[in-house]
Design a protein around this ligand. Sequence first.
Ligand code: NAP
Length: 316
Amino acid sequence: MTNTSPGTVAITGATGFVGSAVARHLASQGWRLRLLARPGSESRLARLECAQTVSGSLTDPDALRLLLEGADALVHCAGAVRGATRADFDRVNVCGLAALLDATALRQQLRVVHISSLAAREPQLSDYAASKQAGETLLIKRLPSTQRVVLRPPAIYGPQDRELRPLLERMARGLALVPGRHEARFSLLHVDDLAAAVGCLLAQPASWGQTHEPDDGHPDGYSWPELIAAVARVTNRPARALRVPGTLLKAIGACNEWTARLIGGAPMLNRGKARELLWPNWVALGNASLAGSGWQPQFDLDRGLRNTLDHRFHHV
Ligand SMILES: NC(=O)c1ccc[n+]([C@@H]2O[C@H](COP(=O)([O-])OP(=O)(O)OC[C@H]3O[C@@H](n4cnc5c(N)ncnc54)[C@H](OP(=O)(O)O)[C@@H]3O)[C@@H](O)[C@H]2O)c1
């Protein structure tokens, strides 16, 4: 296969953490962007000259048709990461994807990069994980391998991250909350590296038809003590580790779910999330399968932490 020059790329989820980084990166690579944004969220789109906005959601077939009209590729970053019930996750991660695939059926040559999650490996843990696996299965069933590639990122972090960054900032202030087992291992990936991986896949379709589990290149991921040590290295301030017991995590998760059922809302920490946090192995397979794309991560953990943590935390 040959290199593909930039054309028009449709992006879902561009108002979110991952999608906004993907949009910025692809714009910098010369792609023309077509961004799906829900009414009410449009003001959160990054101001990019080469971007056209399509107002609507994944449940709006007309908006999806407009989004994909004339597009050469689609990067599907939209997803539900918070919720109280299986339906909350399936509505976006399965039904939303199905609607998008219905719209892609009208565009035979469209290439699709699907942002899944390492969680899809362990669907028994949570409604989120089960919905991500169901999404992958649907995509693989509906699109020929030459037209699709699945990325299963591990925990992604970066300056605009609302999940891991607060935990890292607390570590930088001297208190490391360890939500799970000390000995658990997990991979990490800086959001700009994930965005660059998408760019490489679009430019060089050598690794298409596969499911990739990219990471920052650190063999066998990290343990909590290793992450805490890295934050201490970057900030020159050691943190005291405080383990949050699994029973407490699960109790908070259950409380959040009941509250959401009573008064609405989409909690980040539900019982499924607690089970995910307590899972011992979130180490990605790594980057060998992506070698043909030419992508290599640029952020090791220290560089990624310096970029993510506010400057006031840095050791000078
Ligand atoms: N963050 C991580 O560590 C991580 C790790 C592995 C995989 N992932 C995957 O990466 C993807 C993006 O996650 P994120 O962290 O960027 O989440 P995020 O910041 O919450 O962004 C989610 C995006 O999806 C959009 N969206 C949600 N429901 C939608 C709908 N019905 N129609 C149209 N757009 C909708 C949101 O739009 P609004 O702005 O309108 O809400 C937002 O742009 C997800 O698929 C997630 O599973 C994330």
